[in-house]
Design a protein around this ligand. Structure first.
Ligand code: SF4
Length: 479
């Protein structure tokens, strides 16, 4: 169901040296389901160096719950991928992991993020005769790895390929003797290393380690590769470190609250955002603090604690609403809000309600939720948002509307308040958000995070966009 949020586009998981590699990968992907719900896939590699693949549109549990599917995914190495995509891009040929039959043997790769020069690189490859199978930017890396002299070792091929691409990416790749993971030189998307017995895992979030009982070793550094073989794991600073720009929105919304990323609990950080928000934007007339579930919950807890007001589940979410049976037309979006959320009238009636949500994208959901809370008898409705206004599109792997469709791009905060029908509206400031992640304020010379969807300051060049290609992704350009 369309929910008027920014959406994470992908989650990745890879494991080396376990007899149940594919089953553990399926569990890991299940834990990462929030990072992509449109499609998923697993490629495994067995002791005979044979590759086995299963990819499908749909959720992990429906795709990998059949014994016939899992029994066919033999081997001690596996990588997997969850994908979110807008409907036009959800084509089976775009579902990862990708496989390539190279001069050195089989090779498989899966990627979270977005290459910002994929169109340019792809055009050059096509002119040289490359035949692309998909419209995904990830396939550019497959071709760059393939088209090198025959005796080039695999790690040199990967290094050369990755030095030709720009953008935000965390990727896992594998062949019959190797699991490989790397983050882009700015570390925009998360990627971390874990261990289960003697097996190593490279994945997007620690919740994917928890589900299989693996321990978190550490996050990979920007530009750092983890190379897992039967001898163990080694690290290499494969790409020159630029400056760290981890996506600050992962802490606001995308990551699971039970994950730990960059040594920070996502839940604690989200709660602290609520504390900072209450300091910056108190609500003297408020009676109760109500989260817009589920993503607004930790920040609402922090807001309530800081302001000394009761926290109540004044809106209940129906978790059993299918995602795809409603097309995201403007008319249906309005209905969709009521399918997903219902006001808990007994706690709202006659109260001045402080609603805490993580973001306002187009504003359609916020307007309907404010209306719903008023219809349930609220005396006043005050909206507090745990991110700064989202004025700019993301080009680094998050599915966002074009900037012209973003409400904060079109209206002032007061204008948005009017549009959504709230009595008051406040957003956390960018400095407030930085305080919540442990900084004194945003350091303009070296912020340490990407915050481009709030600030408009894009840390990585937008080559395709600047070259006049209007769409954000190669899948849109070439699909
Ligand atoms: Fe994250 Fe926003 Fe940067 Fe995209 S633009 S990587 S959503 S902070």
């Amino acid at each position: 169901m369309y929910d008027d949020k920014f959406h994470e586009e992908c989650g990745v998981f890879g494991i080396f040296g376990h007899k149940d590699a594919a089953a553990l990968t399926a569990l890991g992907l299940h834990a990462l389901q929030h990072r992509g719900q449109e499609a998923c896939g697993i490629v495994s590699i067995d002791d005979n160096s044979d590759f086995h693949a299963h990819r499908a549109l749909g959720l992990v549990d429906s795709t990998f719950s059949k014994a016939s599917v899992m029994n066919a995914l033999k081997g001690h190495i596996a990588i997997g991928h969850n994908r979110y995509a807008t409907s036009g891009d959800t084509l089976l040929r775009n579902v990862q992991p990708f496989y390539g039959d190279m001069a050195f043997g089989g090779f498989t790769i899966a990627h979270n993020g977005n290459l910002t020069n994929a169109y340019k690189v792809r055009e050059a490859l096509v002119k040289k005769g490359a035949l692309f199978q998909s419209t995904s930017d990830t396939e550019v890396i497959v071709h760059l790895v393939a088209t090198q002299s025959e005796d080039t070792p695999i790690l040199d091929r990967l290094e050369s390929a990755l030095k030709q691409v720009e953008g935000a990416y965390s990727l896992v790749a594998a062949r019959d003797d190797l699991l490989f993971g790397i983050r882009d030189p700015y570390g925009v998307r998360p990627l971390l290393l874990g261990k289960l017995g003697n097996s190593y895992i490279i994945t997007s979030e620690s919740c994917a380690l928890d589900i299989i009982g693996a321990e978190l070793i550490r996050d990979l550094k920007p530009g750092e590769a983890a190379i897992v073989t039967k001898e163990g794991v080694t690290f290499k600073q494969m790409l020159p470190f630029q400056s760290k720009r981890f996506c600050i929105f992962e802490y606001v919304y995308f990551a699971r609250p039970d994950s730990v990323i960059e040594d920070k609990s996502v839940y604690d950080t989200r709660r602290q955002i609520g504390v900072e928000l209450a300091k910056e934007a108190p609500c003297p007339t408020g009676d109760i603090v109500v989260p817009v579930p589920d993503s607004g919950v930790p920040s609402a807890i922090g807001y309530a604690a800081q302001s000394g007001l009761p926290f109540e589940l004044g809106i209940i979410r129906n978790h059993y609403v299918g995602r795809t049976f409603i097309e995201p037309t403007e008319q249906i979006r309005h209905l969709g809000v009521k399918l997903k959320h219902n006001a808990n009238k007994a706690y709202i009636e006659g109260k001045s309600v402080i609603l805490v949500d993580d973001s306002i994208v187009r504003g359609t959901t916020s307007r309907k939720i404010v209306e719903m809370v008023r219809e349930a008898g609220a005396k006043e409705v005050h909206v507090r948002i745990s991110s700064p206004p989202t004025k700019h599109s993301c080009f680094y792997g998050i599915d966002t509307p074009e900037s012209g469709e973003l409400m904060a791009n079109k209206f002032s905060v007061e204008g948005i308040r009017e549009q959504i029908g709230a009595d008051t509206l406040s957003y956390i400031s960018l400095d407030g958000l930085y305080r919540a992640v442990g900084e004194a304020r945003r350091n303009d010379d070296n912020p340490g995070y990407c915050d481009a969807c709030f600030s408009g300051k894009y840390p990585i060049s937008l080559t395709d966009h600047d070259d006049g290609h209007p769409e954000k992704r190669i899948s849109s350009l070439l699909g």
